[in-house]
Design a protein around this ligand. Structure first.
Ligand code: ADP
Length: 280
């Protein structure tokens, strides 16, 4: 929020919240909690994913998703041009619009955009990706995914300064102006670092990072940056991207990352009270 005395932006009072797309994550509870917190003067930037919705749309129109694994064990969606269009339709077209609608119904002036709009997020395209398939190394070409290089935080500050809540879909723009699919956890991390916020919240369908996944009683309550390398070992599947995102945010100057449950009532407040995995 803008400090009325100095006219400067108080980055400490801003939080970037990433909404996970897995089954069970309660978008309506998150929006209600967001509306209540905004009412109390909290400033929020929301970032969302949408893999499940993009998968479902791909299946419906006969272009199912193809997931590939990199030599270092990270899973990602192979995004040919058609998949990019499906991803944009599901994530930017549907999820972003419906999230903005939910927030508007709650009286929040939400503004939906993706990283393509106004070059909010500029990414380097990885046109060729290395994968491991059936134990063999292969190279896939014509991929439309990217790694974010730059976030133009000024756009977000302008919106926030006008009392508007940005809701961001994980698409970025390449140097050549192409739309690219980017990972939403890592996008949220880059946005949090660019805005110099104090806290990045990753809401997902788990209580936090579990030492013995899927046993929810093995929640890791606190971790330090130096534990993150080890955490990459225990995180499976897409949870690895969250750990990587946490690492990038903390390296980028964010003070605290919380991986927390998006399936509970008041998920944002619950996480801010320290429930989840707090990484400092
Ligand atoms: P989102 O949609 O929230 O971005 P994903 O569903 O793709 O995320 O990934 C988060 C999921 O990863 C969790 O819901 C959980 O099922 C799984 N997971 C894998 N390993 C772990 C772990 N060590 N701790 C917690 N969750 C894990």
């Amino acid at each position: 929020m803008t400090n009325p005395r100095s006219g400067t932006f108080d980055h400490q009072s801003m939080i970037v919240v990433k909404l996970g797309g897995a089954e069970g994550v309660d978008f309506s509870a998150i929006c209600q909690d967001a509306a209540a917190l905004l009412e109390q003067g909290q400033r929020l930037v929301l970032v969302h994913g949408g893999s499940a919705e993009a998968n479902a749309l791909g299946e419906t129109i006969g272009h199912p998703p193809r997931f590939v694994t990199s030599p270092s064990g990270f899973t990602s969606r192979y995004t040919d041009r058609k998949t990019l269009e499906i991803f944009a339709a599901a994530v930017n077209g549907k999820i972003n619009t419906l999230l903005v609608e939910q927030l508007q119904r709650l009286g929040v002036n939400a503004f939906g955009l993706s990283g393509l709009d106004g070059r909010l997020m500029v990414a380097k395209r990885k046109a060729a990706i290395r994968i491991i398939e059936n134990g063999k190394r292969k190279i896939l070409r014509d991929d439309y995914t990217g790694k974010i290089q730059q976030v133009n935080a000024q756009w977000l500050m302008t919106l926030l300064g006008s009392g508007i809540t940005p809701v961001i879909a994980p698409l970025a723009v390449s140097e050549l102006g192409e739309a690219l699919n980017v990972d939403a956890d890592r996008a949220a991390a880059m946005i949090a670092a660019a805005l110099k916020v104090d806290t990045l919240l990753l809401l997902t369908a788990a209580r936090g990072l579990l030492k013995g996944f899927p046993d929810e009683s093995t929640l890791i309550k606190k971790m330090s940056t130096s534990d993150l390398e080890g955490a990459l070992e225990i995180a499976q599947g897409r949870m690895k991207k969250k750990v990587l995102g946490a690492q990038e945010a903390l390296t980028g100057g964010v003070a605290k990352v919380i991986i927390a449950d998006g399936r509970v009532q008041k998920p944002i407040s619950n996480a801010l009270e320290g429930n989840g995995t707090v990484i400092l």
